[in-house]
Design a protein around this ligand. Structure first.
Ligand SMILES: O=C(O)CCC(=O)C(=O)O
Ligand SMILES: [Fe+2]
Length: 249
């Protein structure tokens, strides 16, 4: 797949691939997600999430086993040429948003290689980009992408490095003049169209840059406490206070 063909404008480094997954592939992933144990979810105020691959941390991530279906998604992104073979993704965040929920404006930050691929499943949502923290509070977004079910959004460079992104909390999105993938959405969509949200699952796939040596992992009580502390640090660094924390191991 030639990523460049899917560049949608707005910001130079935004790519949107409609129907990256077939209906069947999307449904199969949703089935796997529904089979994950309750304990694999962390409940945040605005959504719940699963963290796969390890806990990102400035000291380095200790890699952990990922479920087979997550592996398959990472493989598919390498096969599609979104990630290079020598820079394979090693981390996936699985977000579940109930209708009306969103994610506060944020930057994905320096722990990852500056390239992110977001797979959307189930319901749609408008992901918006702002040029600064200040703009997230008072300015209008400069670009947005309507992420429909089974689509893939990829961004890097300026969209990753200097912009902020987020999903506003509301029950429906309106297509905006800055919605830069409008031309590939089909005839049902034009500026002003209201798009009802529903439950949405997204898989945010990235490469954590620093990995800690396996040897350093000593499973003493103390080491486990330390890992839990890091997980809490990491969850809170997502900029969203969590209500109930359920460690996944
Ligand atoms: O759910 C999404 O589409 C966005 C997720 C996101 O920005 C993140 O996990 O960092
Ligand atoms: Fe993000």
């Amino acid at each position: 797949m030639e990523l460049d063909k899917f560049r949608v404008g707005g910001l130079a480094s935004l790519f949107y691939i409609p129907n990256f997954l077939t209906e069947e592939e999307g449904a199969a992933i949703l089935r796997r997600v529904s089979m994950m144990p309750e304990s694999s979810w962390a409940n945040l105020k605005r959504r719940r999430l699963q963290n796969h691959g390890g806990t990102p941390h400035p000291d380095g991530m200790i890699p952990s086993e990922v479920p087979q279906f997550i592996h398959a998604v990472m493989d598919a992104l390498v096969q599609a040429g979104v990630f290079k073979e020598e820079e394979r993704p090693n981390h996936v965040l699985l977000n579940e948003y109930a209708r009306g929920q969103g994610i506060a404006p944020h930057q994905d930050g320096p722990l990852y290689m500056p390239l992110v691929a977001i797979l959307s499943l189930d319901g749609p949502a408008l992901l918006q980009f702002w040029p600064s923290l200040h703009a997230t509070k008072c300015g209008e977004a400069v670009a947005s992408v309507l992420c429909l079910s089974n689509s893939l959004l990829v961004f890097n460079e300026e969209a990753y490095e200097s912009h902020w992104h987020g999903i506003v909390e509301r029950g429906a999105d309106n297509i905006e003049h800055h919605t830069c993938n409008l031309h590939v959405l089909g005839d049902d969509y034009c500026v002003g169209t209201a798009v009802e949200r529903g439950r949405r699952i997204s898989l945010t796939v990235r490469r954590v840059l620093k990995i800690r040596d396996g040897e350093e992992r000593i499973l003493t009580q103390e080491a486990m406490e330390e890992e839990k502390r890091k997980e809490r640090w990491w969850l809170s660094s997502r900029g969203e206070e969590h209500q109930i924390f359920q460690p996944s191991r």
